[in-house]
Write a protein that binds this ligand. Structure first.
Ligand SMILES: C[S@@+](CC[C@H](N)C(=O)[O-])C[C@H]1O[C@@H](n2cnc3c(N)ncnc32)[C@H](O)[C@@H]1O
Length: 359
């Protein structure tokens, strides 16, 4: 079975079919091609995939401003904790359309707002166009700016922030088949699990939980240490905060974490299909991420569900007063924003918020 046939092949599918003639391609390499091919990758193409209507998926930012408003308060607390530095930089990696930056900048009030400067770091061209629009008033006054992913980051005081960055990094599914470790690959006959020797990932899996059983397995993100530690090391003092899908390592192993594909608001496991036209994501191993961040000197690194974090930190008193003033449709949308981020079984339970400090 070839991956696709026909005369109007997606360029990525043709490229993959050619690579497959030389042998199996790992799922992580397929994910890297699908998301980050310089011209046709899902996050490198010209048109954006986000939103509710006719798009592939939505993020917490599409639901409304509650996440940004809560972050604005949390960042203000960090600024107070650092004894109110004159400049407090928030660097958002994987910032996409810049909506989170916009919501934070809109919600911040003086004197914190005067110190707050926002940096958007993401090479996604479609998202960058949307971010230029969303951040326009703040770009004009110098309170927001753009930075490319390859640019080195000068050490700064403030916060490193990300929403759904780490789950978008290429990751490799692994399973214990009862006698050996196998990894998922694509072959000319479709996806298969092949034995492979890679002590760095499998030793990590074996060190988590009380013994591995047949069918256990997880996803291994090779780029995680470099991306996370580059960001954390640039933070001279302040808060590292990341919001993402995922869990602790032992839970991911027990569930057999795998890659997910989002296409037109449906989710399935067909990571090899329609390359460049669907989003692919992998759970973030928060146990591993904590270890990486602690190795850079961050302290008090811990994570909790987004719903718990929102209930603990959201400005709900002030939010309620504003909500009462809204027109009916806007009130309904705001209520949905709150419910999605706080109710069991909804988005707030599927996401986790990790925080860590550098004093
Ligand atoms: C799932 S999207 C999330 C976008 C946005 N944060 C949101 O919530 O709508 C992931 C984004 O991460 C970006 N990305 C991937 N690797 C990155 C890196 N090393 N540095 C900065 N951005 C990166 C991609 O280009 C993509 O725009």
């Amino acid at each position: 079975m070839a991956i696709a046939t026909g005369t109007d092949l997606n360029p990525l599918t043709s490229e993959l079919n050619e690579r497959l003639t030389a042998g199996p391609v790992s799922a992580a390499d397929v994910m890297a091609l699908a998301l980050y091919h310089p011209l046709h990758g899902y996050y490198r193409r010209g048109a954006g995939p986000w939103g509710f209507e006719g798009k592939d998926y939505y993020t917490a930012l599409d639901l409304g401003p509650l996440l940004g408003q809560t972050l604005a308060l949390r960042l203000e607390q960090a600024w107070q904790h650092l004894e109110r530095p004159a400049q407090f930089t928030v660097l958002e990696a994987g910032a996409g359309r810049g909506w989170l930056g916009r919501d934070i900048l809109n919600a911040a009030t003086p004197p914190f707002a005067t110190a707050l400067h926002y940096t958007h770091r993401d090479d996604n061209p479609a998202a960058r166009k949307a971010a230029e629009e969303a951040l326009a008033p703040f770009l004009a006054t110098g309170r927001a700016r753009f930075m490319h992913e390859a640019e080195s980051i000068e050490p700064f005081i403030g916060a490193v922030l990300s929403n759904e960055l780490f789950d978008a990094l290429p990751a490799q599914p692994w399973r214990w088949d009862g006698t050996r470790w196998v990894r998922e690959v694509l072959t000319q006959n479709g996806p298969q699990w092949h034995p492979h020797h890679e002590p760095i990932s499998t030793t990590w899996f074996e060190s988590q939980g009380d013994g591995i059983e047949t069918g256990d397995g997880s996803v291994w993100c090779e780029a995680l240490p470099l991306v996370a530690s580059t960001l954390a090391k640039a933070l001279q003092a302040g808060l590292f905060i990341t919001i993402d899908y995922g869990d602790q390592a032992s839970n991911l192993l027990a569930k057999g974490a795998d890659l997910r594909r989002f296409k037109s608001h449906t989710v399935d496991g067909k990571w090899w299909d329609e390359l460049g036209e669907c989003d692919l994501t992998a759970d973030v191993d928060f146990t591993r991420l904590i270890g990486i961040l602690e190795a850079t000197g961050l302290r008090q690194v811990a994570h909790e569900s987004l719903s718990h974090w929102i209930r603990a930190h959201a400005p709900l008193g002030q939010w309620e007063a504003e909500w009462r003033e809204l027109a009916t449709q806007a009130r309904i949308k705001r209520m949905e924003n709150l419910l999605q981020l706080t109710m069991p079984g909804m988005m707030g339970e599927r996401f986790r918020v990790l925080e860590g400090w550098r004093e």
